[in-house]
Design a binder for this molecule. Structure first.
Ligand SMILES: *Cc1c(COP(=O)(O)O)cnc(C)c1O
Length: 414
């Protein structure tokens, strides 16, 4: 079988997957056969080889004292988390539910951290009992953790999540700077650190996260530098030496036409510089980078089948068997300001030269259920498979699966 990459891909992202004639190859298998193996559509498929390659690429960029964490809210599928846990240095969770998946996956509690606003008392107890690192986001959490530590005779391991006084420029989703529900405002951190010390919690470091989905290396380097400097200033108020300094992530992936892959070169140089500086400034500290979509987003596809083909007043609609109920972000309803098309292909007609302008829509009774709005696609018919690329992050778990009562989506790791 000869394999090669898709001829003239519409989008660079599609180059990750090989093709065999008209068929997209997923995990080395033609997509029609893989679909038979799964037994039905729609489904998500995540490719182990691509996941492993992405981590390997990052390892060449990260200096040895910079740890790589996976922010599992990007994709909490248990088999995928277990696979990734064996490749990265730690897992970042955002709920007790995610904590269970991370522990089941075999991640070491020492390298699991827990961030998120509004942690329930029960979740904090589970976290302390697990022995993971808890990123404190309020004074309330300090007081609760002190009580829990006494109860369990186990000092809570804590880091302080700082709401920085800057934000990640050009970021898809800002999560720091100005008023925010995340973390503790930088100016209040000295007082909070005093309380952490008074209550004898096991202080270990700082967590800063300035934003998400950034494709500009320069902005990411800028945020890392500012995060480092802010943490260094705050460390003067810390009750004990800093052992973890989580500089956040924010590494984006290209979703839309014209977007380019993030240039890792400047990030490598910047992290190398900061890691060397940290050896001097914070000799006991490991730096941490936490990535979600950058690790998993490009390794996943969403596969649907065409159910109906309709023409309405001159416009062609390919109606497929899944849509925003499984893939809210591809429909453009997961925080996007302007709807743009994710990269889409007819996975069973890759090389067809017979093209047309068509829209791909899901089966839901709402005009929001669009997977591709007027795209140039090979002419396709019921039975053909429509593939949405860049779908490994914020897919199944970030979608309203009960909406309109269709069945839940299957997820497979190939
Ligand atoms: C969501 C989140 C991430 C992951 O964001 P990506 O854009 O998927 O990389 C990392 N850290 C924190 C604190 C988050 O809330």
């Amino acid at each position: 079988m000869t394999t090669r990459n898709i001829a003239a891909p519409i989008h660079a992202a599609m180059n990750q997957f090989a093709a065999d004639n008209d068929q997209l190859l997923v995990g080395g298998m033609p997509i029609s056969r893989l679909t038979e193996r799964v037994g039905h559509t729609p489904y998500y498929a995540y490719d182990r080889k691509l996941l492993r390659a992405r981590v390997a690429e990052l390892r060449t960029v990260l200096p040895p004292n910079v740890k790589l964490h996976y922010a599992m809210k990007a994709n909490p599928m248990p088999a995928l988390v277990a696979f990734i846990a064996g490749l990265v240095d730690g897992i970042d969770v955002a709920s007790a539910g995610e904590l269970k998946v991370a522990l089941d996956a075999g991640a070491s509690p020492h390298e699991i951290s827990f961030a998120g606003p509004g942690k329930r008392e029960k979740e904090l107890r589970q976290a302390v009992a697990s022995g993971i690192l808890i990123n404190i986001e309020s004074f309330r959490e300090v007081d609760l953790l002190a009580e829990i530590s006494q109860d369990l005779r186990l000092p809570a391991r804590v880091a302080v999540r700082v709401n920085p006084d800057f934000e990640l420029k050009g970021s898809g989703m800002k999560m720091g700077g100005g008023p925010k529900q995340f973390g503790v405002d930088a100016e209040a951190v000295p007082e909070l650190l005093k309380r952490v010390g008074d209550k004898a919690l096991a202080f270990e470091g700082f967590h800063l996260f300035a934003g998400s989905q950034n494709l500009k290396a320069e902005s990411i380097c800028d945020a890392q530098e500012k995060s480092y400097q802010l943490a260094l200033q705050l460390s003067a108020h810390a009750p004990s030496p800093v052992r973890f300094l989580n500089l956040g992530g924010g590494f984006g992936i290209p979703y839309f036409p014209g977007e380019q892959h993030l240039d890792l070169g400047p990030i490598r140089d910047n992290l190398t510089r900061l890691a060397n500086q940290a050896k001097h400034d914070l000799p006991q500290a490991d730096l941490v980078i936490e990535l979600g979509r950058f690790l998993v987003g490009e390794a996943g596809i969403y596969v649907t089948q065409i159910v109906d083909r309709k023409v309405s007043r001159g416009q062609t609609y390919l109606v497929v068997d899944g849509g925003l109920n499984h893939h809210l972000s591809a429909s453009g309803n997961f925080g996007q300001v302007i709807r743009k098309n994710y990269p889409v292909a007819i996975g069973t007609k890759l090389n067809s030269e017979h093209m047309e302008m068509a829209s791909v829509v899901g089966p839901l009774c709402t005009p929001l259920d669009i997977l591709a709005d007027r795209m140039n696609l090979p002419v396709a018919a019921p039975g053909d498979l429509v593939v949405i690329f860049q779908s490994g992050a914020y897919g199944a778990s970030a979608s309203p699966q009960r909406f309109l009562g269709h069945s839940e989506v299957t997820e497979i790791l190939v």
